[in-house]
Design a protein around this ligand. Structure first.
Ligand code: CP3
Length: 361
């Protein structure tokens, strides 16, 4: 297998700040992008989505492309993230689910038994071919801006499938994990295969980096994470590394106790939410595996601070840039996704501030 996608599909972005930082180099400024930058905080997004269900939008190449480009045009961020959703490959594979506005993914027939797992369909890449088409459109439109592809990690996807929807305590998920480890591992193995297929398709189509979202992994102890989750996420990172050298980012919320394990899964960059300062996160990552070199971190402005007025935002951005210097590289981001009622002007202001405050002389 070749180590990268066809040359025709891959742009040479060696000096793009996002990719330089992700590899531990010194970019000309600290790169910045926002999780959920494409979405409801933008009026132009709401207009485009009018009357189009979320999952339908995620399978329409022209819409995917346009929505992905909107925040790049408006904010001047250092990366585009593909407009899609972590549950899209499950839906495309034939699992009955919908994304309900204001709630999130809802699954018609929750997966709770060995028989449920055995009949779970796997993804045929042809079922998500519109995503590859959209990546093809985007690499032409984006110029020098890298495109981040993404997928959901097996634990977070399993939580939606087992609970049947969003969950505060993940009790059914944890019950399955602890009461029937064999079925649990069979489920995560299937989900890892689907996620890997989805990422392979994006990499082959030309994305420049990938992020694995394990948004709800922070609900687990490190012991349970290492036993029940890490091997499956590791298989995904290994599979991506076998086909390309692209930077790999691993993100979850409330994962301060899991940072070392999330890097051990095979990530080049570890996402950090706002609960752990970046210098502390870098120290934890280093302590977990001193021989791996200086860790690269992504984060970690609290998305709620964007409602506190510009003085507070500026103070926090400068603090985070300072703390990020303790790491081997820093990609500025929020600690979680942009909240829907965020004023877009605040996001634009943060991009300008991160760039000017971090510019290399
Ligand atoms: O970051 C981006 O801009 C790219 C797009 C993106 C979406 N979902 C679009 C979306 C990404 C990266 C995701 C990932 C995702 N989806 C995650 C992991 C990231 C995270 O936030 O932790 C999760 C857990 C999901 C599942 C999901 N999909 C939720 C919880 C919701 C919100 C439901 C709601 O209405 O409150 C969605 C829907 C969703 N995904 C929207 C968007 C733009 C809103 C749907 C709409 O506009 O109608």
């Amino acid at each position: 297998m070749t180590k990268s996608a066809p040359v025709s599909a891959r742009r040479d972005l060696a000096d793009a700040p996002l990719l330089v930082a992700a590899r531990g180099g010194t970019p000309r400024h600290t790169p910045v992008w926002f999780m959920r930058q494409a979405g409801r905080s933008l009026p132009e997004y709401r207009q485009l989505r009018e009357g189009v269900p979320m999952l339908q939008a995620c399978l329409t190449p022209e819409l995917i492309s346009e929505i992905t480009l909107q925040p790049v045009r408006r904010h001047g961020v250092d990366a585009a993230i593909l407009f899609s959703d972590i549950v899209l490959p499950l839906y495309a594979a034939g699992i009955g689910l919908d994304i309900v506005p204001g709630t999130g993914p809802v699954v018609s027939n929750p997966v709770r038994t060995a028989a449920d797992v055995a009949t779970l369909p796997s993804l045929d890449p042809a079922q998500v071919s519109p995503v590859a088409d959209a990546v093809g459109l985007l690499v032409h439109e984006l110029g020098r801006t890298p495109l981040i592809g993404f997928a959901g990690a097996p634990f977070t996807l399993a939580s939606y499938l087992v609970e049947g929807g969003p969950s505060r305590n993940h009790e059914r998920t944890k019950a399955l994990m602890h009461s029937d480890p064999r079925t649990w591992h069979a489920l995560l193995d299937k989900l890892a295969s689907t996620t890997l297929e989805f990422l392979r398709l994006q990499v082959a189509a030309g994305v420049d980096a990938i992020q694995l979202f394990d948004s709800w992994a922070g609900a687990l102890s490190q012991r349970d994470y290492r036993e029940f989750v890490l091997p499956h996420s590791q298989r995904i990172f290994t599979g991506v590394a076998e086909m390309s050298d692209l930077p790999k980012i691993h993100f979850g919320v409330g994962t301060g106790e899991l940072l070392g394990a999330m890097r051990a899964a095979g990530a080049d960059v570890v996402g950090v939410d706002w609960r752990v300062p970046l210098d502390e996160a870098a120290a934890r990552l280093h302590a977990a595996e001193p021989s791996w070199g200086a860790p690269v971190v992504q984060g970690n402005l609290d998305p709620a601070v964007l409602f506190a007025g510009w003085d507070a935002v500026e103070r926090e951005v400068r603090r985070i840039l300072g703390e990020g210097k303790a790491a081997g590289g820093h990609i500025f981001n929020l600690g979680h996704g942009v909240l829907p009622t965020t004023e877009p002007e605040v996001l634009t202001g943060i991009v300008e501030l991160v760039h000017t405050a971090s510019e290399q002389q």
